[in-house]
Design a protein around this ligand. Structure first.
Ligand SMILES: Cc1ncc(COP(=O)(O)O)c(C=O)c1O
Length: 392
């Protein structure tokens, strides 16, 4: 495709309906899809189960799944009032789609407009604000490739808590610098997501810090879920919501908010083809873990997570309809288009949902009113400049 995308902001009335918990809706298919069967043998999508495999599930003491409720998400929404930006939806006109054969509409949810340039502030603030004063006094620690780091640093500063962040040494400089500028202490480790988690756990045990996980946590999920509530408020007629998947906090929260309110709306996760562990997990019914060297190859640094969290997996398999993948080239093309029109800077991870809409209509529900979440816009300025110099 070579057309441009033109967009304008729209706002509308609340469309939130329903309340409470949804019943377990049956498991997704356990069939390994043909593309995974083919590529596994070649080693290009080589993966192994996370320790514990399908038994590695999140349950409370009575053995029930810890699925958050709409009330959890509404409480998060109340905590975030006056902290996060209430991002409006931007209506996009993709010219070749305005044809007789394709009448799809696309709206963007620009979370790149948050104070830290990404949605992550929602979950981080909800989590830290929910701690007791004694816990906040001990300080908080997290492990993150960048945006969650900034979310935690920003929220901790707003709430008067010390923040320590374990980051991979391949995190973009813009994210490292912004985190340090927010007053957080930074500890650098290797690129593996498990490695940074272990380091954070070690430091928490040594110093008494409270861990603020990037995605595998109910308060984080509820915070990210406020995006889903806002989409429903602004666009009651929405039929499909596309959302990036890294560790699964964003997708679990958004899908839970949407499905507990309006079960007929489709929620589709999007991953880079090079880091499609969540797709493998959803399709096989077990949490898949990809090697760090493999997922590090995607330009989408926020989506290089080696596996989704067990709590996220429970939400995703209950509420996410499907997970599709996009190529590196599609991510870059989409970033360029968004930068051209509607002049929106999406970082690679932030562009994947729009990329799926633009390049993979055949794998998506055939719906007219669609929303793609632009989850972040923190990209090194020189990469953005290089990108804009290239033609589509
Ligand atoms: C911009 C951006 N989008 C999406 C994600 C994925 O979010 P999650 O890990 O909650 O799936 C991240 C994670 O860091 C991110 O930074």
């Amino acid at each position: 495709m070579s057309s441009s995308v033109g967009c304008l902001a729209t706002y509308s009335q609340s469309g939130v309906t329903g309340n409470g918990r949804m019943q377990q809706s049956g498991q997704k298919s356990n069939v390994v899809p043909p593309h995974l069967q083919k590529t596994r043998g070649q080693g290009t999508l080589d993966y192994r189960e996370a320790p514990g495999g399908s038994l590695n599930r999140s349950t409370n003491q009575s053995g029930e799944s810890q699925i958050i409720t709409l009330d959890d998400i509404r409480e998060a929404q109340a905590r975030l009032r006056d902290i996060t930006v209430r991002t409006g939806l931007i209506r996009c006109h993709v010219h070749e789609l305005d044809s007789a054969t394709d009448s799809r509409q696309l709206y963007l949810k620009p979370e790149n407009l948050q104070p830290i340039g990404a949605f992550k502030l929602r979950g981080a603030y909800n989590k830290i604000a929910s701690l007791s004063p004694e816990e906040r006094n001990r300080g908080v620690i997290t492990y993150s490739s960048g945006n969650h780091a900034q979310g935690v640093a920003y929220a901790a500063r707003a709430l008067g808590a010390k923040a320590v962040i374990v980051m991979p040494n391949n995190a973009p400089a813009i994210k490292r610098d912004a985190t340090a500028a927010l007053g957080a202490e930074i500890v650098l480790v290797g690129p593996g997501s498990l490695e940074r988690q272990l380091k954070a756990e070690e430091l928490a045990a040594q110093h008494g810090y409270v861990i603020v996980p990037p995605y595998n946590d109910e308060k984080i999920i509820a915070g990210q879920g406020t995006i889903g509530l806002e989409i429903l408020e602004d666009l009651p007629d929405v039929e499909t919501v596309l959302v990036p998947v890294g560790g699964g906090g964003l997708s679990s929260g958004v899908a839970t908010a949407i499905k507990l309110s309006r079960p007929n709306i489709k929620v589709i996760g999007v991953e880079p083809e090079l880091a499609a562990d969540a797709q493998a997990s959803l399709r096989t019914g077990k949490i898949a873990q990809f090697p760090a060297e493999q997922v590090s190859r995607t330009i989408a640094d926020g989506l290089r997570t080696q596996s989704i969290g067990p709590i996220n997996f429970e939400h995703i398999r209950q509420f996410v309809d499907d997970i599709v993948t996009v190529t590196e080239d599609e991510i870059l093309k989409t970033m360029r288009r968004l930068a051209t029109n509607p002049k929106t800077v999406a970082e690679p991870s932030g562009a994947v949902a729009t990329a799926a809409f633009l390049f993979h209509a055949d794998k998506l529900p055939n719906t007219r009113i669609n929303v793609a979440v632009i989850s972040g816009g923190n990209i090194d300025p020189q990469i953005l400049a290089q990108l804009q110099q290239k033609t589509t």
